[in-house]
Design a protein around this ligand. Structure first.
Ligand SMILES: NC(=O)c1ccc[n+]([C@@H]2O[C@H](COP(=O)([O-])OP(=O)(O)OC[C@H]3O[C@@H](n4cnc5c(N)ncnc54)[C@H](O)[C@@H]3O)[C@@H](O)[C@H]2O)c1
Length: 250
């Protein structure tokens, strides 16, 4: 049986596919390549190019694969863009989840690990944020992902689809041999931008905000390494495969 990774040609997805293959899992990938890279997908994974909102396409994939469960990264995730074009986010992210859950239900697939985001919490009332803190997103990106979580919660009640939602913060790093890494166009994430400036590929780095409660007034971010995050998705999958119920982790 295979694990179907949606968005497996993207940054976090490609590292997760690579780790899954290295751990001996049978892996299939769906990606529209709208922001991902075909070359980033481990050659031992079967690749299907298409959009998760296209239910007929997804049915052909589920027909060909005996899918044990899904790991879902396929989404748009640029916060400022979501403020300008919210419907683009509700269409790709939120409607994408509707289509996916429908096809999963048709094919009796009952496990999904979901790439959620800390943006579902909005402005934290206390640090560290805890899983059961209120989720009050302050942008359409976070809202679209919270809606996806809500849909999975009801799909669990109605159809028994078990999910783990991983609500992570900023991700950084690359596979140690440098064969895959982070490659967004445009790049909006801080660490690749820092490295682009250092390499002379970008003129300057802008630091936003100078009145945070920190020693120099600039903000402080938490980062998780992409390989640790890939492992977290695989552990979440194993948790569901062991028969456990739905859960979320911050
Ligand atoms: N990178 C971060 O710091 C971060 C932090 C928190 C959460 N996330 C979440 O992690 C996930 C992956 O992020 P990333 O940085 O790897 O992004 P990415 O853009 O590199 O990867 C997303 C992948 O999904 C594909 N995709 C998008 N919409 C699709 C669709 N409708 N059908 C098929 N494929 C589609 C893209 O082509 C791309 O390969 C996103 O869902 C994002 O919300 C990322």
């Amino acid at each position: 049986m295979s694990i179907l990774v949606l968005g497996g040609a993207g940054y976090i997805g490609s590292h997760t596919v690579d780790q899954l293959v290295n751990q001996g899992f049978d892996v299939a990938v769906v990606d529209s390549l709208i922001t991902g890279h075909r070359a980033a997908v481990n050659t031992q994974a079967r690749f299907y190019e298409g959009d998760i909102r296209d239910k007929d396409f997804m049915r052909t994939v589920f027909d060909q694969e005996e899918v044990e469960g899904v790991i879902h990264f396929a989404a748009f995730s640029i916060v400022p863009e979501s403020m300008k074009s919210p419907l683009k986010y509700f269409d790709n992210n939120t409607y994408g989840m509707t289509a996916l859950l429908e096809v999963m239900t048709e094919f009796d697939v009952k496990k999904i690990v979901f790439s959620s985001t800390a943006a579902t919490y909005g402005e934290p009332k206390s640090i560290p944020i805890k899983e059961n803190d209120p989720q009050i997103p302050t942008n359409p990106y976070g809202e679209s992902k919270l809606m996806m979580e809500t849909m999975m919660r009801w799909a669990d009640k109605a159809y028994g689809i078990k999910f783990v939602a991983l609500r992570y913060f900023n991700v950084a790093g690359a596979k140690a041999d440098g064969s895959i890494g982070e490659d967004h166009h445009p790049e909006t994430h801080l660490l690749p931008i820092v490295l682009q400036v250092a390499a002379g590929d970008r003129a300057e780095l802008s630091i936003f905000g100078d009145d945070y409660e920190t020693p120099d007034g600039t903000n402080v971010r938490d980062y998780v390494h992409v390989l640790d995050l890939a492992d977290a998705h695989i552990l979440a999958f194993k948790y569901l495969a062991a028969g456990n119920g739905s859960n979320a982790s911050t």
